[in-house]
Design a protein around this ligand. Structure first.
Ligand code: HEM
Ligand code: FES
Length: 363
């Protein structure tokens, strides 16, 4: 699919976000290396490379847990939405921190092996049938490969090149990476040391993520029911004139309640949807219709004009609104329809459509 995406522009907020992130990483590592050995005899008794390996490993796990918590948190409480803003940079930094952990592991754990480090990593332990002696490192390798692929393909170029559905499917594997890291830690450091802080970080983090995802899901279901129960008493609102909407594009209006509504024009029909993308609240009305799908300008998530649902296998949905033409004036019912409601585009009468240019040679 050849789609030109409007990149999310580099701006002051993003720089602050990244600055805070980098400062947080530096502070964590400093505290871990300077204060950790004072508080924990287990950490005091090991050498500096092992301390570094543990510092970066635990930080990577913490960061991944936060990255995965941001989505449901923003759906539960809108005050977390600013955290979504630059989540991709958060993910890339997580991959870099995880790679630093692996770098210290390879440089230390396998440096005295007569075989090359990478070969030793894959061949030194083959106790696949034992739980306590399982080569847990392999789960780390698997997770690191996924994180690296996600970091490399996080740029908008790859979104455009791979197409949004494939890009999104690949990026859902972050959950696979997380599961793999939990196994990596549970079968490795947790079995070995029964470290309380690490247990809290891994198993506590896992529980927290499950609870947050469940809460976000329940909240969405509740708001669907609330939307379908409301009576359509509000009057319809004027969004603009049909002539203002270019083919494949939208105009944006606002409901009295403040919700912004985008009315798209495509192939002689009008469809009204929420202006807020379900991915990261991007302004859908600034996007366009690509291959029949309303496409968000930020990261290319797509929705069907008739029901606001992403094409299978994806399950994102945005709200639909009723739309009507009064002469050439576009009006919408500000009452959102329940998520997933199918409503065919409103046909634009022939007299309001631009005249079709006559083909050469025809009368
Ligand atoms: C090439 C990939 C990797 C290798 C070879 C590797 C190897 C190791 C090894 C040998 C340990 C030491 C276990 C112990 O002290 O008993 C460890 C611990 C750990 N790893 Fe990895 N790992 C890799 C990737 C990852 C990734 C991608 C993450 C997280 C994103 C991660 C998170 C951790 C954590 C949290 C620990 C426990 C740290 C601690 O002991 O306090 N690892 N890893
Ligand atoms: S905000 Fe990311 S695709 Fe819409």
């Amino acid at each position: 699919m050849s789609v030109s995406y409007k990149p999310v522009i580099w701006n002051r907020s993003k720089m602050i976000y990244d600055g805070v992130l980098l400062a947080g990483i530096a502070i964590y590592i400093l505290i871990f290396l300077k204060v950790g050995p004072v508080l924990s005899p287990a950490l005091r008794d090991v050498d500096l490379p092992t301390q570094r390996m543990r510092a970066f490993g635990s930080l990577a796990l913490l960061m991944l847990t936060i990255v995965l918590a941001i989505g449901p948190l923003a759906r539960i409480d809108t005050r977390f939405i600013p955290l979504l803003y630059n989540r991709r940079h958060f993910g890339v930094m997580t991959a870099i921190v995880a790679a630093t952990h692996a770098y210290y592991v390879l440089g230390w754990y396998f440096s005295y092996s007569p075989t090359p480090q990478l070969t030793a990593l894959f061949t030194s332990n083959t106790s696949f049938t034992s739980v306590a002696g399982f080569p847990f490192e392999l789960f780390g390798v698997f997770a690191l490969i996924i994180l690296a692929v996600l970091a490399v393909t996080s740029h908008d170029f790859w979104l455009s090149f791979l197409t949004p559905p494939l890009w999104k499917a690949i990026h859902m594997s972050v959950y696979l990476a997380y599961a793999s890291i939990i196994l990596h830690v549970a079968l490795g450091a947790l079995l070995d040391r029964r470290d309380l802080a690490l247990g809290f970080l891994s198993l506590g983090g896992l529980t927290l993520l499950c609870v947050l995802h469940l809460m976000a899901g329940r909240r969405e279901t509740a708001s669907d029911h609330a939307a379908s129960a409301k009576a359509p008493e509000e009057p319809w609102i004027v969004v603009g004139d049909l002539s203002e909407i270019a083919e494949g594009r939208a105009i944006i209006g606002a409901s009295p309640g403040g919700e912004r509504i985008a009315v798209f024009r495509s192939k002689g029909g009008l469809s009204a949807v929420s202006n807020v993308c379900s991915h990261q609240n991007g302004p859908i009305g600034e996007g366009k219709v690509v291959l029949g799908f309303i496409t968000c300008p930020w990261h290319g998530y797509q929705y069907r004009p008739e029901d606001g649902c992403s094409p299978p296998p994806f399950r994102e949905r945005i709200r639909k609104y009723r739309v009507r033409l009064q002469g050439s004036t576009v009006v919408v019912d500000p009452q959102p329809l329940p998520l997933g409601t199918k409503l065919d585009p409103v046909a634009i009468p022939a007299e309001l459509l631009p005249p079709t240019p006559k083909k050469e040679g025809t009368a």
